[in-house]
Design a protein around this ligand. Sequence first.
Ligand code: RIB
Length: 336
Amino acid sequence: MPAVSVRDVAARAGVSVGTVSNVLNHPDKVSRAAAERVHAAIRELGFVRNDAARQLRAGRSRTIGLIVLDAGNPFFTDLARGAEEEAARRGLSVLLGNSDEDPTRERAYLDLFEEQRAHGVLLSPIGDVSERIARLRERGIPVVLVDRLSDDPGLGSVSVDDVAGGRLAVEHLLGRGRRHIAFVGGSLAIRQVADRLAGARAAVEAHGGARFEVFETDALTVLEGRRAGTAIAQRAAGERPDAVFAANDLVATGVLQALAFGSPVRVPEDVALIGYDDIDFAMSTVVPLSSIRQPSAAIGATAVRVLLEEARDPGRQAEHVVFQPELVARASTDAG
Ligand code: RIB
């Protein structure tokens, strides 16, 4: 039985072939009524688009590749949701790749999206991928960094001002009267983490009257937070920090678990705790977690917009969008 064609769908829906094409590729240009008729005809006829042929004609696919550092982190799933909603509005899809903070996996996804002639690539990088990014762009595949500021003025990025975020977190702890602050997070090779630490140090230096130390972790996970929290709890009271700034909410959750369930140390009475991202469950941890909010979905949606503008006009000036962080004070810092 011959494959169902776009022409068959148009005839069944009572619209032109161009309208069917717009429903599939530019849904924002079609009325809801026409779109419903076309989708009904597609279902009734069992039409399946031949994306390979379309891709050959158009030179690129309808898929945006998104490579994140940790697909288990709700920050990235919220970012991906924002990207997906913006992409769908423009008739595109998002394919999520998880580098898991592993440069080898990151390169494998970059190769895959190049082979697939992705419409573009959004990337929260772990390794030095500047050469790979340059090659993608030379082959007509735009790239935009998400979740961190680009070091290359010619490479677009969408992020939050993490230095300001780190400073905001520690100024809040200092404002709550804490004077021995520990930063918990890592690796410091991750730009976001290094910037948060830089902001934290700046706040301590500006204040002048507080002690500061760093517990560098191997990853930004609950497990690594628990390890650091256990080390902090085992300190003698006079040597123990009275506040922790964790590089993200997963690490903060691990610190909280180690203190609240595995030690006599009380949060916030003995140790105040603040995280970063303000992911959904931050407010429902055993002690509601103070955090620095990132507009994760807006970062994802904005990154798609920037990417598609580069796809439309490759010669345009690279755009760098930097959102401002927001303090969310809750019980874990004895506030809110
Ligand atoms: O995984 C890296 C971290 O940096 C995330 O938790 C989020 O804070 C991102 O900015």
